[in-house]
Design a protein around this ligand. Structure first.
Ligand code: ADP
Length: 710
């Protein structure tokens, strides 16, 4: 509906534009023709009157269609048109120019009010004042040039007031045209065309009025090309009222501040030209009183304009200074608190640039490393304090997390790293390196590290304690277990059924206790590197077969079938340890499978490894526990130990064994559907190839493949 109205208005406007163009062409043809002067004058008077009435009525219709401030603006423009027309009519009928000019001046003032009524984004008062004064200077300068250069020495003819009003008219026109242009920059997009047309109409009036004033008020008569200015001026005003944008859209501000530069250049160019023309002509003939009066008006306007500008600028400057001061102190506070945080944290923090050179170090980092901050800044972090590996070979800078953070934009953590202090002592550290970003561009890295010396020592003491206790427990436990075994076997005579049941329970519990203690000691031995692994080449099938045989009995009891899938490849491993690992995985799989389901084992070579898989259709493992269950005493459910008889150490032992072989163990699982444990162990062929005089490059190849598998 709204669109229909808009398109109808668009068509109406185009038709009006064509009619206006035809009307202007006709008027031009008549006024420039060789028709007798009286005919032309009569035509001109009529044309001005008709155009004025049509234009004013168009404005009135636009006022009826629009709302709010816009309605007032169009109503005032209509009023200006009618007042102007009345003045013209009276002047034509009575033959006096003075009444007409006065009415015309009134019309222009109403026009100014109309322009100021157009909705625009908020305007500061100094801006309005400056624009009005610019209008005065521009209009005044043009008039002044006309007064002293085009018609020098012209005496005031006829009534003085009439002459003055006639001179003021173009000045007011110029002010209005400037105001319209100013409004264009401050109004919504839809107002652009109507305001442009209104501005154009005032420019046209200004030209005609200027000619009227300078050609001589008393001697002026209608019928020349000058009248075209008024005819087209009215016509443009009327056309503006017919534009679809006249009704307007909700105001959307276009620009925040109109730039005073263009206006200043225009104003002062004209002012300087006027001054130069004035100086040049003054030598020949003295200025007329009107020219002198104009010059004074111009000078006052220029002075006022500059004063307003300076005062306004000074206020802006003070405002800006205040804001800069406030922001600076905010920034200072922020920087201080950031520095305070950096200085207070217990963790070491340092930054490096893209080349790996230290850019800042917090006090904790400098203290831990035994350097002063100044000693470290500007030095290569990796070379200065990244300790070499256990074999004494320096860690390659290429694989350092700093390089990874800077080059690849990665955040990397290393739990078991070592830093070399200034005194040459190595300390264990836990490190996280992240890239420093400036937008999307990596400008360096920031590294946070923690001295783990004390934590490692506590761990060591704890492990030692557990290991000693376990050893101490094992001897008495062995005799308890032996004695209970003898009792249960009837070695000391027949027991009552009740006593026999209790002995059986005690025997079962002592077995569990023994298993737990053995597991603990096993983990300790593995981690301390005490227990050796004896590797040889074995067929994957033999190892898997041995493990399956071991769990067969348990699987039968649980009603779970174990299926041996395709098993190919040879591994270089410690057979007992591998069977131990697979038995543990198969045992878990059977334990967590529902009766009647199946556990499948398979193995196949993959790169430098043979990958074993133990898949079950059990309850599955939640995603956040997939890694945790490989830790010591970790179980998915706290009831697992009681209900399934586990210790939570099986997977920790398996991981130690597999990693001692240079392999990897991990699990994939879907909750409710089952889990698959994967074990990757080095292939026999690859290890043979390496030991039979392999080159360093081959070794690297194998390592790369290992990494890829991870
Ligand atoms: P446990 O002696 O308790 O079996 P493990 O280290 O072998 O100790 O296993 C740790 C925990 O991992 C188990 O208690 C169990 O919660 C979970 N888990 C291991 N294997 C499976 C599996 N196949 N299905 C579901 N959960 C499993």
């Amino acid at each position: 509906m709204g669109e229909d109205v808009a398109s109808v208005r668009g068509v109406t406007f185009r038709r009006s534009a064509v009619a206006t163009a035809l009307w202007i062409l006709t008027s031009t043809a008549v006024l420039l023709s060789g028709l007798p002067e009286t005919v032309r004058a009569a035509f001109s008077g009529g044309a001005i009157a008709v155009t004025a009435v049509v234009a004013a009525t168009s404005c009135l219709l636009a006022a009826r269609r629009s709302r709010g401030r816009r309605r007032r603006a169009w109503a005032l423009l209509a009023a200006a048109g009618y007042v102007g027309f009345s003045g013209n009519a009276v002047a034509l009928l009575t033959g006096t120019t003075q009444t007409g000019d006065l009415a015309y001046l009134g019309a222009l003032l109403i026009g100014a009010l109309a322009l100021l009524s157009f909705p625009s984004s908020p305007v500061r008062r100094p801006q309005v004042a400056r624009m009005v004064l610019d209008g005065v200077v521009v209009g005044g300068s043009v008039l002044f040039i006309a007064a002293v250069a085009v018609f020098p020495g012209r005496e005031v003819v006829g009534p003085w007031l009439s002459y003055l009003i006639a001179l003021v008219l173009p000045l007011v026109d110029a002010v209005l045209a400037t105001l319209a242009v100013f409004l264009i920059t401050r109004s919504s997009r839809s107002d652009f065309v109507p305001l442009l047309l209104v501005g154009l109409s005032f420019v046209l009036y200004a030209l005609a009025d200027l000619s009227y004033a300078t050609l001589g008020v008393s001697t002026f008569s209608l019928g020349s090309a000058v009248d075209l200015g008024w005819i087209t001026g009215y016509a443009m005003g009327g056309l503006a009222a017919r534009h679809p944008g006249a009704v307007g859209a909700p105001p959307e501000p276009r620009r925040d501040e109109s730039s005073p530069v263009g206006a200043t250049v225009l104003t002062f160019s004209l002012f300087i030209v006027a001054a130069m023309v004035g100086v040049a002509t003054r030598a020949g003939a003295p200025w007329s009183p009107v020219a002198t009066a104009l010059w004074i008006v111009i000078l006052v306007a220029v002075a006022a304009r500059q004063t307003i500008l300076v005062v306004h600028n000074e206020r802006l400057r003070r405002e800006l200074e205040g804001r800069v001061r406030a922001r600076t102190s905010e920034l200072r506070t922020m920087t201080q608190s950031t520095e305070l945080v950096l200085a207070s944290v217990a963790d070491g923090i340092y930054g490096v640039d893209r080349a790996g050179l230290v850019t800042f170090v917090n006090p904790a980092a400098a203290r831990t490393l035994g350097y002063s901050a100044a000693d470290l800044v500007g030095h290569d972090a990796h070379e200065t304090f990244h300790a070499p590996g256990a074999d004494g070979v320096p860690f390659p800078a290429d694989g350092c997390y700093i390089t990874e953070a800077v080059r690849d934009g990665l955040t990397t953590s290393a739990e078991e790293d070592r830093y070399r202090r200034a005194d040459g002592k190595d300390i264990p550290v836990e490190v996280t390196a992240s890239s420093l970003l400036d937008g999307t561009h990596v400008i360096g890295a920031v590294v946070v590290f923690r001295d783990m010396t004390q934590r490692r020592e506590v761990d060591r003491l704890k492990n030692e304690f557990v290991s000693v206790i376990s050893h101490e427990l094992r001897t008495p436990l062995t005799s308890i277990h032996g004695s209970l075994g003898l009792l249960a076997g009837g070695a000391v005579g027949e027991m009552t059924p009740q006593a026999a049941r209790m002995v059986t329970i005690a025997l079962e519990s002592s077995k569990r206790l023994a298993r737990l203690i053995n597991d603990i000691l096993e983990v300790e031995r593995m981690e301390a590197g005490v227990s050796t692994i004896e590797t040889a080449n074995h067929s994957a099938h033999d190892l898997v077969r041995a493990a399956v045989d071991q769990v067969r009995g348990m699987a039968d009891t649980e009603g779970v079938s174990v299926r041996l899938g395709e098993v190919t490849g040879h591994v270089h491993a410690d057979a007992d340890r591998m069977v131990q690992t697979f038995t543990n995985l198969l045992g878990n799989a059977v334990k967590f499978s529902p009766p009647g389901s199946e556990v499948a084992v398979s193995a196949r070579p993959s790169g430098a490894f043979v990958e074993f898989r133990v898949a079950d259709r059990g309850r599955g493992i939640p995603p956040d526990r997939l890694e945790a269950i490989f830790g010591r005493f970790e179980q998915v459910d706290t009831t697992d130990a009681r209900e399934k008889g586990g210790t939570g150490l099986g997977l920790a032992i398996s991981r130690s064994i597999v990693e001692r072989h240079g392999g990897r163990i991990w699990v994939t699982s879907t909750l409710g559907e089952g889990s698959t444990f994967h074990v990757a162990v080095p292939r026999a062929e690859v290890v043979d190839h390496l030991t039979a005089g392999a080159t360093k490059t081959d070794l690297i190849d194998v390592r790369v493949t290992k990494k890829e598998m991870g």
